[in-house]
Write a protein that binds this ligand. Structure first.
Ligand code: TXA
Ligand code: MG
Length: 352
């Protein structure tokens, strides 16, 4: 156990002194959790193999799943990538800083552990003043997976980080709750047309608008577990976003979803189980379960994305045996939301 220092900062104009304390840990090979616009990341100097290795250890993350390398200027990507295809220029201009991670062929300055032995690297420039200031003051690119224990929902607050990693990392920069709530979109630029490996904060529709043709990797839209070979992004083959309780996801037209959810509540309760429901503003009044929570309105998926991971953690705190969750339309941000819900359910999906 080490002491984890909590550094509370203003998300817009962070106190430079506190950023420098955090950067001091990074420079010395330590681990600092920090907010981004998507979720909190657990950062280490991306060019320090030992430091990156300790990120894997702190998270209990399998070594074959590389983190994203965060930069504070688009130019910094040039040193880390072997080549920057012209489409990348278009995307960086349009979406950086922002929730878009780009996969490039990697350069030899990057240690093997940072890319899990792959010949490619994931790079993004986050849109968050705390993250950008930390990278700048550290003077190095920062490798940062989400700051949760492997398999748990990603953290959208400093409290989530401390719940998982308190005593295992040097410091947390607390910049309040994150704005987007689901992780960045991961886009592979080593293939043409480019392929979305993980849906996230930048929607598929926006990428198509910027580039023309963009493909979706089969795992992005999968509604059942796929064979590992299909997963070009190493992370997708591992268990993810899972609450402790069993989870069932009900997908379909809203009215039929409501009656199916009610049917499931009854049958689980008849088995003596403590049942939680993850519904939406439009539907929660129709449910009677042990715990009922709303993701927000179906008409505003930005709120749904923002609340999703925190609510999954709340169900764990209330010790429910099973969570029955409603699906939302898989368009715009909905694609990322549904991808996380489906994974969280272990692909236990009921289509009505
Ligand atoms: O929003 C985010 O992306 C957050 C914040 C902290 O930036 N980070 C995050 O990192 O979600 P992580 O490590 O939890 O997810 C990174 C994803 C994983 O699915 C990983 O497999 C994939 O990116 N990835 C990393 N390097 C890759 C590579 N070279 N090729 C394909 N996928 C890669
Ligand atoms: Mg993660």
């Amino acid at each position: 156990m080490k002491k984890t220092l909590l550094l509370t900062v203003d998300p817009q104009e962070p106190d430079l002194q506190k950023i420098r304390i955090a950067a001091g840990f990074i420079r010395k090979g330590g681990l600092v959790a920090f907010p981004t616009e998507t979720v909190y990341g657990l950062g280490a100097n991306a060019l320090d193999a030992e430091a990156v290795l300790s990120v894997f250890e702190a998270k209990k993350r399998p070594l074959d799943n590389p983190p994203i390398v965060h930069v504070c200027e688009a130019n910094d990507a040039c040193r880390l990538a072997k080549e920057i295809p012209s489409k990348a220029g278009v995307l960086m201009k349009r979406f950086w800083p922002g929730p878009l991670t780009l996969i490039f062929k990697r350069s030899s300055v990057v240690p093997d552990v940072t890319v899990a032995g792959l010949d490619t690297i994931a790079i993004r420039m986050p849109r968050h003043n705390v993250a950008l200031a930390l990278i700048r003051e550290s003077g190095c690119p920062i490798a940062a997976p989400s700051a949760n224990l492997a398999g748990k929902p990603s953290p959208t607050s400093a409290k989530h980080v401390l719940d998982d990693l308190g005593g295992r990392i040097d410091a947390v920069l607390d910049g309040g709750p994150t704005r987007i709530g689901v992780e960045s979109t991961v886009l592979d630029l080593t293939v043409d047309p480019p392929q979305v490996l993980r849906p996230g904060g930048v929607s598929y529709e926006e990428l198509v608008k910027a580039l023309g043709t963009v493909e979706l990797n089969p795992v992005v839209v999968a509604d059942h577990g796929l064979p590992v070979e299909k997963a070009r992004s190493p992370g997708v083959k591992h268990k993810h976003y899972a609450p402790n309780a069993d989870m069932v996801l009900v997908e379909g037209e809203v009215r039929t979803v409501v009656s199916k959810v009610n049917e499931l509540i009854d049958s689980y309760r008849a088995q003596g189980k403590k049942v939680g429901v993850l519904g939406t503003d439009e539907t929660v009044d129709h449910y009677e379960a042990d715990v009922v929570k709303t993701l927000g309105s179906r008409s505003d998926l930005t709120v749904v994305a923002k609340s999703l991971f925190g609510l999954l953690r709340e169900f764990d705190a209330e010790d429910v045996d099973v969570i029955v969750a409603e699906g939302v339309p898989a368009e715009g941000l909905g694609l990322a939301i549904m991808n996380r819900l489906r994974k969280a359910s272990g692909y236990k999906i009921v289509k009505v």
